[in-house]
Design a protein around this ligand. Structure first.
Ligand SMILES: Cc1ncc(COP(=O)(O)O)c(C=O)c1O
Length: 454
């Protein structure tokens, strides 16, 4: 019998995170203070983040030790399994080999606890007792609620209203881990009230929820802000995924030609791909593919520009591919991919030609998700299904070219709390929305007058 799962022992858990900033051909451009136009310093960030995370945000060290307390909690579910998708390969009749790393085995059901645990740890160590955050579909909010519970911190979650209404069980999960949750836009912050005044029926967006969570943290000494993606330190914490996958591919006697992940803010994709990019920068040939929704095509159609990370313009200016900070993506079912920007590290790597991106329509993505579930058994999160679709498209293109590829993708989470989305797909109710050019141009007006990156 040929092997299906490639497993590492707990003792093989990576002991260091990998910081790609140390190896990038073009260093990332600085984050700017919107008032002065100057790079932000630690003093600007210290009301929101603990010093250890600010240090990681700007670190030039290639490796950063993972604290024992964090490793101890990682060991609840890490190392995660790597699978050879033999049944899927047979189902589609490809000559390529398809592997996937499965992050859905964490207690919250996705990769998000990899950074939530680290962030809660550093905050507790530096004396914060409460964290505030935003969540889209609820994956991040539930991961941070869990991490706060484990470190004895209070947690306040601003959840995008449309998901708050559509996904009551993620809400319950967040509550089960002891966090307080409110639908965003809410009446509890100035940013939320401003949106409600103009749009009483606003479905919310990640950009709005971030404004609320940042405002909450900035207004209280006991509270820090915690972000589930985009920032350098968040991507750093996720690199345990790719380091494990490198070792597991070796166990499988294989090395990927193509590494694939879905991209919202970019953290799971970075987590899998950065350790492989280290090899690519070192001279190995690997194609690294980011998969995003056509309704929110940040990397494939957005501008590389300085923009705010949130709608209320409370964050610093970030150099990234963006659709404009007041862009509200269509309510597609991959809630975690509905963000107007993307991680600056990923933007820079795409600009430098080390990674590339494709955008897909949601009915195609769900068709691939159902195909995957029918052969591999796992019901994927709609976000992760973008990576499955990317892997299947890659295999198809290789077959058509008479080639054989080794493909590795990240299955960033399971979809057990997303069955309403599957219901809609089965009922033929999912709309295929590709972002309209006119709407994109309108939204991009929001960044006019902001500084231009080099
Ligand atoms: C399962 C899953 N995958 C992917 C994402 C996208 O986030 P990121 O691009 O930071 O990995 C999310 C976000 O909520 C998610 O829940």
């Amino acid at each position: 019998m040929e092997q299906t799962k490639f497993l590492l022992a707990e003792s093989e858990l990576p002991r260091r995170w990998y910081n790609i900033a140390a190896d990038m051909p073009s260093p990332p451009q600085p984050v700017l203070h919107p008032g002065t136009g100057q790079p932000v310093g630690p003093d600007d960030l210290s009301p929101l983040f603990p010093m250890a995370l600010i240090g990681q945000e700007v670190s030039e060290e290639a490796e950063i030790a993972i604290p024992e307390e964090v490793l101890d909690i990682y060991s609840l579910w890490r190392p995660t399994p790597l699978y050879r998708a033999r049944r899927l390969e047979q189902e589609v009749g490809t000559r390529s080999r398809i592997f996937y790393k499965y992050e859905g085995v964490s207690p919250a059901g996705s990769h998000k606890p990899n950074t939530a645990v680290a962030q809660a740890y550093y905050n507790q160590k530096e004396g914060r007792t409460r964290l505030s955050t935003e969540t889209g579909a609820g994956q991040w909010g539930s991961a941070l609620a869990l991490a706060c519970k484990l470190f004895g911190l209070e947690c306040k979650v601003y959840m995008v209203k449309i998901s708050y209404e559509q996904k009551p069980f993620r809400r319950s999960l967040i509550q089960a881990w002891g966090a307080t949750i409110v639908a965003s836009p809410s009446e509890e912050t100035q940013s939320g009230r401003a949106v409600l005044e103009e749009h009483p029926d606003s479905p919310g967006s990640l950009g709005i929820a971030i404004s609320e969570a940042v405002e909450d943290a900035a207004g209280r000494d006991d509270t820090a802000y915690s972000l589930g993606s985009v920032l350098n330190h968040v991507l750093l914490h996720q690199t345990v995924i790719g380091q494990e996958a490198l070792a597991q591919m070796e166990l499988a006697g294989a090395f990927p030609d193509v590494v694939i992940g879905c991209v919202g803010g970019g953290s799971n994709f970075a987590g899998l791909s950065f350790p492989f990019l280290r090899e690519k920068i070192g001279g190995r040939e690997i194609d690294v593919l980011a998969c995003e929704p056509a309704a929110c095509p940040t990397l494939t159609r957005g501008l590389f520009a300085y923009d705010f990370g949130d709608t209320g313009k409370l964050t610093p200016l970030v150099p990234m591919h963006t659709l404009g900070h007041d862009f509200i993506p269509a309510p597609i079912h991959a809630g975690g991919l509905r963000y107007h920007g993307v991680a600056p590290l990923i933007s820079q790597l795409v600009r430098d030609g080390l990674m590339r991106a494709e955008a897909y329509l949601q009915n195609d993505v769900f068709a691939s998700a159902v195909l995957f579930a029918g052969s591999e058994g796992i019901i994927p999160a709609p976000e992760a299904a973008h990576a499955i679709h990317g892997a299947l498209e890659t295999a198809k293109a290789a077959d058509e070219a008479g080639e054989e590829r080794t493909i590795l993708f990240n299955l960033s989470g399971h979809g057990h709390f997303d069955m309403a989305a599957y219901d809609n797909y089965f009922a033929g109710k999912l709309e295929d929305v590709a972002l309209d050019e006119e709407e994109m141009q309108r939204a991009l007006h929001a960044i006019e007058g902001l500084p231009t990156p080099a």
